[in-house]
Design a protein around this ligand. Structure first.
Ligand code: ADP
Ligand code: MG
Length: 518
């Protein structure tokens, strides 16, 4: 209290940053629609909302990236006109974006100092001293001399955060900072953010994850389709309340799932090596098995070989050594279309590049691929009635938002593109489903639907290889969990036999023998 009084600034609990009727329009979409948010000094305030709700746009306005079309921003009661992030930083507002703005070949110190010192001479000694103090004080183990490009994404994020603090900001905005972290990394981040808050920093954290809001925030403002649904004290609500605010109706929070026994193996990957020649990662002797009627979840920090594993199983790239068998047949060298005919459904993470013909109609994309085209044709003649009926049913059951089945696919949103792929791939009663980030970018309702469908497919007898960076999803859906690290599976376990922490340790590269000593 005394501190705030001394500084003459707003005391804890008073409004420090306020958005008043802020409106921002992009072509075709009102990203922020008369948004009112009051951020109090020294609180952790979450901005919660589904993809596209307008969270990043609002933060970018508070950070001077965009100017509002209407409304205004007040800092300590005074109107604030920001023309650039530089203005924001001068006003004491810093932001760490989802995509970092670091210079990879430069050292940590250089990255921190760049931009703070307008002159040509950089005082690295002073910077090193302050940075080392920060790191020691907050127990963050980063070498100030390390080249940023060699740090993990989690460490790079710390550099971004400390760079902002080095500027001396009073308000720190973080846009979805946990996406690049392991569970331990998230815990460490939250621990430090709480401490920074206790020391007087005001923190605005953007997230679409309810659990993070509950774990961290003092208050939360929920956005839906560009509008503020409400601001509440976190202590007064639970996850269900927040989900209802986010989505606008009641939602099921848990995917119900009965126990299952794995049957015969449908996928046997044995010691495969794959070179990293395409920028999609390498595999270093990876083995994994998926039985019929089971979901095997592959957990891992992105960039540890998930793309390569996906490519190898669906036949886009072939391993240099090792073998892959699908439904008992050797497919190590098989082409994708042959693998598809064995009853393999693939849901790629990069749906635009790999899963869809963007200039085809929605209907055409729904029946794309050999196997499914055969369902709809006899003696080479397509059965249009059947295709139309199938398209109508898919659009209906997956709630694909499109003006019509003949709409050009390119015009649909990301979530709807994913639904087209899911509808198509699951329609052929596959034996094996290879799904990479199947719910990334989907809204809660679509996420629920996709998860339920994967469980239904498993119950029908399909084997599912589920690669996801969402650990809640992995724990909810998997019968077995495999952890991928550095191109290998480093641990296989069952959800009931492990904890989030243990999985996180493996994701960070710890072996079982390390765990006792931690
Ligand atoms: N630079 C831009 N140009 C056009 N549309 C944009 C731009 N930035 C965001 N949008 C649109 O504004 C809406 C809100 O986006 P965003 O603020 O990024 O949401 P969130 O961060 O909550 O996911 C979305 O419909 C998005 O497509
Ligand atoms: Mg965003």
């Amino acid at each position: 209290m005394a501190d705030a009084a001394e500084s003459g600034a707003a005391a804890p609990g008073e409004n420090i940053l306020v958005a008043e009727e802020v409106t921002k329009v992009f072509p075709g979409v009102v990203a922020n629609d008369a948004v009112n948010v009051e951020i109090r000094r020294a609180e952790i305030h979450c901005l919660l909302g589904e993809n596209g709700a307008g969270k990043t746009t609002l933060a970018d306005i508070l950070y001077g990236v965009y100017q509002p079309d209407d409304g205004r921003v007040l800092l300590e009661g005074k109107p604030l006109e920001l023309h650039s992030p530089r203005d924001a930083i001068e006003a004491g507002i810093g932001m760490v974006h989802q995509h970092f703005e670091l210079v990879p070949p430069m050292s940590v110190i250089e990255n921190v100092v760049i931009g703070t010192q307008a002159r040509q001479w950089l005082d690295l000694t002073e910077a090193r001293r302050r940075l080392e103090e920060f790191f020691a004080d907050y127990d963050v183990e980063i070498d100030p001399e390390a080249e940023v490009g060699r740090l993990s994404v989690g460490e790079q994020q710390w550099v971004e955060i400390f760079k902002t603090l080095y500027f001396g900001v009073e308000i720190l905005i973080l846009d979805e900072p946990t996406a690049v972290l392991t569970p331990q990394g998230i815990e460490e981040l939250f621990r430090i953010l709480r401490r920074m808050r206790d020391e007087g920093l005001t923190i605005i954290l953007i997230t679409h994850k309810l659990k993070e809001v509950m774990d961290l925030s003092d208050r939360v403002t929920v956005l839906r389709r560009g509008k503020v649904v409400g601001t509440v004290d976190t202590a007064d609500v639970d996850q269900r309340d927040l989900a209802r605010m986010m989505v606008g109706r009641d939602v099921l929070m848990q995917a119900d799932k009965a126990a299952s026994e794995a049957g015969e193996p449908v996928l046997e990957v044995d010691e495969i090596h794959l070179e990293s020649d395409t920028g999609r990662g390498s595999l270093e002797g990876l083995s994994i098995t998926v039985g019929s009627g089971e979901i095997v979840g592959v957990a891992g920090v992105s960039g540890n070989g998930q793309n390569a594993l996906f490519d190898a199983v669906v036949g886009v790239r072939h391993p240099a050594s090792g073998s892959i068998r699908i439904a008992g047949q050797d497919t190590t060298e098989s082409a994708p279309h042959r693998i598809a005919t064995l009853g393999v459904a693939s849901v790629p993470a990069d749906r635009i590049a790999q899963g869809l013909m963007m200039d085809f109609s929605v209907k055409e994309n729904l029946v794309l691929g050999n196997q499914r085209e055969r369902q709809f044709s006899r003696a080479g003649i397509l059965n249009r009635g059947q295709i139309d009926a199938f398209a109508a049913e898919s659009i209906d059951s997956f709630e694909i938002k499109t003006p019509s089945a003949s709409q050009i696919t390119r015009t649909l949103s990301g979530g709807n593109l994913q639904k087209i792929i899911m509808a198509r791939e699951l329609s052929g009663q596959p034996q094996l489903i290879v799904a990479h980030q199947p719910t990334r970018g989907l809204d809660i309702a679509a996420t629920e639907y996709v998860r339920r469908r994967l469980i239904q497919e498993r119950d029908r007898g399909a084997g599912v290889l589920l690669m996801s960076e969402d650990l809640d999803e992995i724990f909810q859906l998997s019968d077995r969990i495999a952890v991928i690290y550095d191109g290998r599976i480093v641990a296989v376990t069952e959800p009931d036999a492990t904890t989030l922490e243990q999985i996180g340790m493996h994701m960070a590269g710890a072996s079982d023998t390390d765990q006792g000593s931690q």
